[in-house]
Design a protein around this ligand. Structure first.
Ligand code: ZN
Length: 219
């Protein structure tokens, strides 16, 4: 294993602990991947590995067509999905996938999460869109993700009857979007249960998004 790939496999293994810590996954569901900078390669979790058994060895290096390049285990059943997204969206450096409960409840209804919170405008720049139903294993999910996210500011898509896929400049950013997606899915769920959430004007959504993406935080 090359030193760079070993470090990336360890980094990605460590990030998987955040899926558990943020209560986004159950049993072996969910996964993270990252694009190997400057290479036509990605690193992704192996299939069916328990989160307690996560390690650099449980991460698999694949090319961007899902073929294993390094690693002893079979890669995630979502590998072709991730590979398709990396091929089609060159700006994407990391992908997260979860079946987190509240967001997936929206997926089960096939309903986008409306942008009714400033935190949603900040992170997603609008509603969190719904992607089409697709069977697992091939490139169909990836096609649905790319078709939905193109033309959207949202780094998250809720795939109908399935769960959440998020993208980011790196795996950490994709993970953050998955955490924020579940957080707002829960809040808007409660708001909806108690009444009709108030809308935010499109100009205000634009202003919030611009401030958060370009001004907020440490520079
Ligand atoms: Zn899934």
């Amino acid at each position: 294993m090359s030193a760079d790939l070993a470090a990336l496999r360890q980094e990605l293994s460590d990030l998987h602990a955040e899926l558990v810590r943020n209560e986004l996954v159950a049993w072996t569901s969910g996964n993270l991947s990252l694009r190997v900078p400057g290479e036509e390669l990605m690193v992704i979790k192996a299939s069916g590995v328990l989160y307690d058994d996560m390690s650099a060895e449980a991460m698999v290096v694949c090319d961007l067509h899902g073929k294993v390049v390094e690693g002893d285990l079979a890669p995630s059943s979502d590998t072709f999905t991730h590979a398709y997204v990396y091929r089609e969206l060159p700006e994407v450096g990391g992908i997260a996938h979860t079946h987190s409960g509240y967001a997936t409840a929206w997926a089960a209804r096939g309903e986008p999460i409306p942008c009714v919170l400033t935190a949603m405008a900040d992170e997603f720049g609008g509603e969190i869109p719904v992607g089409p139903f697709a069977l697992i294993g091939g490139e169909e999910i990836g096609e649905g993700i790319v078709a939905t996210l193109r033309g959207h500011r949202s780094p998250a898509v809720i795939m109908r009857s399935h769960g959440v896929f998020t993208v980011g400049k790196d795996a950490q950013a994709a993970l953050k979007a998955a955490v924020m997606c579940e957080d707002v899915a829960r809040t808007v769920h409660f708001a909806r249960a108690l009444g009709e959430p108030l809308t935010i004007a499109p100009d205000d959504i634009d202003a919030l998004y611009d401030r958060y993406q370009n001004v907020y935080g440490q520079r």
